[in-house]
Write a protein that binds this ligand. Structure first.
Ligand code: HPA
Length: 255
C-alpha cells in the first residue's frame, strides 16, 4: 500500500518517526537525485511505516536554505513524495513566537505564510506536468485540515490557535527590530523552513497542514538571548504531545 499522507519533521521534532509500525527506512543518500548538503552532513531519511493501520511517509531531516541549498533543492523531498502517490503533507517546524501570546511549548496551526526568503522554488522554467506556471496560494494551508487538526487537539484537551508564519533565510536569528517589523506586517511565527515546501506542494496540487512548535519567544520579546539548544530542548519536551497529535490527525485524514 502506498502512503497518501506524509509528515515532514522539523528541528528537534524527529521522534514521531520512531513510533511507526513496521518502518522501512531509506537514507536520502541512497535516493538518486536527493540533494546532498554541502554545508552540514546531517543524515536525513525517508521512513514509510504504519500509524494505526494507515501507511505514512515521514521525512526526518529537511534541507534548509541556510545550509546552502537552493529553494529548488529544498523541495526535492516534496516532489519525491508526490511521485510516491502522497496527496497530503503535514509540515512541522520549530518557530519563534512573534505574537506575544505564543510562548514556548505552544503548538500553532499555520493559517498562512509570508515568504521573506528571497527565493521561490518555482523560479525558472515551469514543468507543466508538475503544475501551473502561476499557482494559486489563497488557501495554501488547507482550511479543512486545520479544522481536523483542531478537532484532534480538542480530543487531547489541547487548544490549537492559528497563526501566520514568516520565513526568513537565517541562519542568524532575527534582530528585535526585525521581529517588530514582522509583527507589523502580520506575522505571528518566525522560522527558516516550510515555505518552499508549501509552495511546491501547492504547485503539485497537494494539500498542506502546517504545525509550528513555538520553541522560544522571538528576539526582543523577553530580555534574554536566543540559542539553538533551547529550540531543541523545547522540541524534546513537546515530543509526546506532538506525536499523539500527529497520530490523531493522520487517522482523521484517513477516516
Ligand atoms: N527564529 C527563527 N527560527 C526559529 C526560531 C526563531 O526565533 N525559533 C525556532 N526557529
Amino acid at each position: 500500500m502506498t502512503p497518501r499522507v506524509a509528515v515532514v519533521l522539523g528541528s528537534g521534532l524527529g521522534a514521531f518517526a520512531d513510533t511507526l509500525d513496521n518502518p522501512v527506512s531509506t537514507s536520502y543518500a541512497d535516493i538518486p537525485g536527493w540533494p546532498r548538503s554541502t554545508a552540514i552532513g546531517h543524515a536525513g531519511k525517508l521512513i514509510v511505516g504504519g500509524v494505526a493501520g494507515t501507511q505514512v511517509a515521514v521525512l526526518a531531516g529537511r534541507a534548509h536554505l541556510y545550509e546552502g541549498y537552493t529553494a529548488q533543492q529544498a523541495v526535492f523531498g516534496i516532489r519525491y513524495l508526490r511521485k510516491l502517490g502522497v496527496e497530503s503533507v503535514i509540515l512541522t517546524n520549530a518557530a519563534g513566537g512573534v505574537n506575544v501570546k505564543f510562548g514556548p511549548g505552544q503548538l500553532v496551526l499555520i493559517a498562512d505564510h509570508i515568504n521573506l526568503l528571497g527565493q521561490n522554488p518555482l523560479t525558472g522554467p515551469n514543468d507543466d506536468l508538475l503544475g501551473p506556471r502561476f499557482p494559486d496560494m489563497s488557501e495554501a494551508y488547507a482550511k479543512p485540515y486545520r479544522e481536523l487538526a483542531r478537532a484532534a487537539g480538542r480530543e487531547m484537551g489541547l487548544e490549537l490557535p492559528e497563526g501566520v508564519y514568516a520565513a526568513l533565510p537565517g541562519p542568524s536569528y532575527e534582530t528585535p527590530a526585525e521581529i517588530r517589523y514582522l509583527r507589523t506586517i502580520g506575522a505571528d511565527l518566525v522560522g527558516m523552513s516550510t515555505v518552499p515546501e508549501t509552495i511546491a506542494a501547492n504547485h503539485l496540487g497537494m494539500k498542506v497542514l502546517g504545525i509550528s512548535c513555538v520553541t522560544n519567544a522571538a528576539a526582543g520579546v523577553l530580555d534574554q538571548k536566543l540559542n539553538h539548544a533551547e529550540v531543541l530542548e523545547v522540541g524534546e519536551r513537546m515530543k509526546g504531545t506532538l506525536i499523539e497529535l500527529l497520530r490523531r490527525i493522520v487517522c482523521k485524514m484517513h477516516s
